[in-house]
Design a protein around this ligand. Structure first.
Ligand code: FEO
Length: 174
């Protein structure tokens, strides 16, 4: 595996793991606020990001590179509101998408079409995750500070009533 590609993949491993860590902090905060739907959603997001990290780890190692298991920075403990959580979720996913796009660029420069092909799964995943985060954020904005609305929003999240049904969640067998 080419050095630049390996380095970029290892950076992505760190980002996916850090995302998982960040979302875990959001899940835990929501749980302490009695927001079962929001916490359940964020626990699941955290799991998905961990899966994204593991898939990269396996790919790097299987292609003769060396995956580096990174350390993570401690995420914040407090969030201002549910709205704040979903604003940060979308912002973070947009950053991850940019990072995946950078990875695609490295693959093309290095003419590593195998990794380029592998990364397409992440591009599709990012499209879905961004769309989902936007949908939920729109709903959270509608609710605003309204307590009854927040109760219904959280319940809908628990029932997956406001989620986009993902077409890209088939486990690729990590
Ligand atoms: Fe794996 Fe949502 O970034």
């Amino acid at each position: 595996m080419k050095e630049h590609v390996e380095k970029a993949l290892n950076e992505q491993i760190q980002k996916e793991g850090q995302s998982s860590h960040f979302y875990l902090a959001m899940a835990s905060w929501a749980e302490t606020q009695g927001l079962g739907g929001t916490s359940g959603f964020m626990y699941k997001q955290s799991e998905e990001e961990r899966f994204h990290m593991l898939k990269l780890v396996k790919f790097v190692n299987e292609r003769g590179g060396k995956a580096i298991i990174p350390s993570f920075t401690k995420p914040q403990e407090e969030f201002k509101s549910v709205l704040n959580v979903f604003e940060m979720l979308l912002e973070h996913e947009i950053e991850v998408t940019e990072s995946i796009n950078d990875l695609v660029e490295v693959c093309l420069i290095e003419k590593d079409y195998t990794t380029h092909n592998f990364i397409q799964w992440y591009l599709a995943e990012q499209l879905e995750e961004e769309a989902q985060a936007r949908t939920i954020l729109d709903k959270a904005r509608l609710v605003g500070e309204d307590k009854a609305g927040l109760y219904l929003f959280d319940r809908d999240l628990e029932n997956s009533a406001i989620l986009i049904q993902p077409a890209n969640t088939v486990s690729p067998g990590v």
